[in-house]
Design a protein around this ligand. Sequence first.
Ligand code: FA5
Length: 334
Amino acid sequence: MESIQAIVAEAESAIANCRSTAELQAVESHYLGKKGAISQLLRQIGTLPPEQRPLFGQQVNEARAYIETRIAERREVLAQQEIAERLRAESLDITLPGVPLRPARLHPLTLTMRRVKQALLGLGFEFVEGPELERFEYNFGALNYPEDHPAMDAQNSFHVGDGWLLRTQTTAIQGRIFEEVQRGERSLPLRIAIIGRCFRYENVDATHSHTFHQVDAFMVDEGVSMAHLKGTLTQFARIMFGEEVRVRFRPDFFPFVEPGVDFAISWKGGWLELGGAGLIHPNILEHYGIDSERYSGFAFGLGIERIPMLQYGIDDLRLFLENDMRFLAQFPLL
Ligand code: FA5
């Protein structure tokens, strides 16, 4: 039989040799576990003469307590070492250079649309949204287009079938708004504006795309005249292009205005056409039950792409759709 002292000495050196808490765990169960050396000693107690049993039992218990204490001390030391080792291994070097973040920027069209919106909000217009997939009726019929108007030709629009098409102009919002007036959901006077994507089946070139953006604004009140239109457009042009800009009207035809004009701004010694405008055709007001003797309105609409093309000297609007970072990175961050 191995003596108690021998077992204790053996356990002490095993404990001291442990290099990790996991090893120590194994040593602990080897000596103190159910089938461990100490338990085996206790089991021998029955083989001893009765008078030796109390002393033997006491010595074994002391040995167990001694080993337990040594293990606890060693566990403390090893646990500390392991924590220190983990902290070393997992530490961050905060002096290392970081991964540079590329600053995000807004697309030049987004920048422009924000500026347009700001300008028109400042002039008292309320912004609304309309669907890009639009009813033929709103895009044309409600806007007083005659049956045979060439713009309605199937070859000029993306028709989706069943009376739906991709809207060709944001002016299509007018009928929707006038219906709200008719249903009593809105009341006059109105100052409404909309910015959005439009689509035309066109030959794409440097100034025409199948997909582009327009802004439309219109106002209906008593006594609205061409003077209000010109004043509003001039103010809008000044906000967008600078105080010295002037606005020119020339007669033009759109089925939904009477009189109709195209408007241009003075730019670098010449005139640059921006869009169309006029007084809302009385047929439209009457169609929606608005008394055209009492009420009148103006409307104007223009392409968004034109604006940054002028301001930044961009000669091809296809660049707006290509997502080429060499182009996009040239615009201001905000
Ligand atoms: C209209 O679309 C009218 N709805 C404007 C209007 C509104 C007139 C209210 C009267 C009252 P027009 O087809 O000319 O008009 O288009 C207006 C502007 O949209 C053009 O001056 C141009 O800047 C832009 N635009 C039209 N087609 C394209 C295209 N394919 N690509 C890029 N811009 C376009």
